[in-house]
Design a protein around this ligand. Structure first.
Ligand code: AMP
Ligand code: MN
Ligand code: MN
Ligand code: MN
Length: 279
């Protein structure tokens, strides 16, 4: 079974519509695909409706990726198998969405101070009805040739401590876990190998996440060396966290693909072990 539990659509910073994402996953022979946009479940119903029209065996799992603040880090928590119609959950996610707009406006003000005008307006058009993210800002700055690529935007303007960085006021990790579980889902620590932190901090992060009631962590995600994979598997086992894996697909490129190289280490309990999956 090919199970990919982390992907984005244009309801946040993914480039594909739910329909395009699903068609691509189907072509890649994915059996289960979780759609996990940043701080929103707005694309889920469209995805489910399209999928049921297609009569394909692939299963779509409703998900979300919630931004949280932990010490000085932005930590992402996936909510898997959430009820995307839960009114309380939708109202809670709306708070995050408002914070996205507030932060975006402030980042734009900071950019204007260094002579780069009206980025908010342009980024908002790119984001459309989706959540506005730093990735949209990055696209605008690259399009305007202010910098040469995405990486350079984060290094010069949008990364922590850089010229146009605005500290986001995300909810705390424990709160995100509660939101997800109240909506019937499982909370999974996203891409723990991606945070720019020492192993000591990483271990502290996982410990606090587990103590706060988190269910699982991604032990397989992109850009991991075999040593890092082993480290993540060991830390997950130590805290009895279930294991998840996902491509974090945003758009077609040469580094990431839906459903590729996602098998979990055999000694870990998969996050889907008590869900009935198709396939
Ligand atoms: P936000 O949630 O608005 O802070 O935006 C974060 C998003 O920007 C992430 O989900 C990534 O898709 C993207 N991103 C963050 N850092 C980088 C980076 N250094 N290079 C490229 N994309 C990045
Ligand atoms: Mn993203
Ligand atoms: Mn993330
Ligand atoms: Mn993601």
């Amino acid at each position: 079974m090919k199970i990919d539990l982390h992907s984005h659509t244009h309801y946040s910073d993914g480039h594909l519509s739910p329909k395009e994402l699903i068609d691509r996953a189907h072509n890649m022979q994915v059996d289960v695909l979780a759609i996990t946009d940043h701080d929103t479940v707005d694309g889920i119903q469209e995805a489910m409706d399209y999928q049921s029209e297609q009569k394909r065996s692939m299963q779509i799992m409703p998900g979300v990726e919630i931004s949280t603040a932990w010490h000085n880090f932005d930590i992402h928590i996936l909510g898997l198998n959430v009820d995307h119609n839960d009114a309380q959950f939708l109202a809670r996610l709306d708070q995050q969405s408002k914070e996205r707009d507030r932060r975006a406006q402030q980042m734009s003000d900071k950019l204007a101070k260094v002579g780069i005008e009206n980025v908010f307006e342009q980024a908002k058009i790119l984001a459309g009805k989706g959540q506005i993210t730093r990735a949209h800002f990055a696209r605008v700055l690259v399009e305007r040739r202010v910098v040469k690529d995405f990486d350079a935007v984060f290094k010069k303007y949008l990364g922590k401590g850089k010229k146009a960085h605005v500290k986001p006021q995300w909810i705390e990790m424990a709160e995100a876990i509660t939101w997800i579980q109240d909506a019937g889902g499982k909370a999974v620590l996203a891409h723990p190998g991606h945070y720019d932190m020492t192993t000591k901090w990483l271990k502290r992060l996982v410990e606090e996440f587990a103590n706060a009631g988190g269910n699982g962590m991604e032990v397989i995600h992109s850009h991991l060396t075999p040593e890092r994979k082993k480290l993540l598997a060991d830390i997950a086992a130590e805290h009895n966290l279930q294991a998840s894996s996902g491509s974090d697909f945003h758009y077609p490129n040469r580094w990431t693909e839906l459903g590729k190289n996602l098998s979990l280490p055999v000694q870990l309990v998969p996050i889907w072990h008590d869900w009935s999956l198709v396939g």
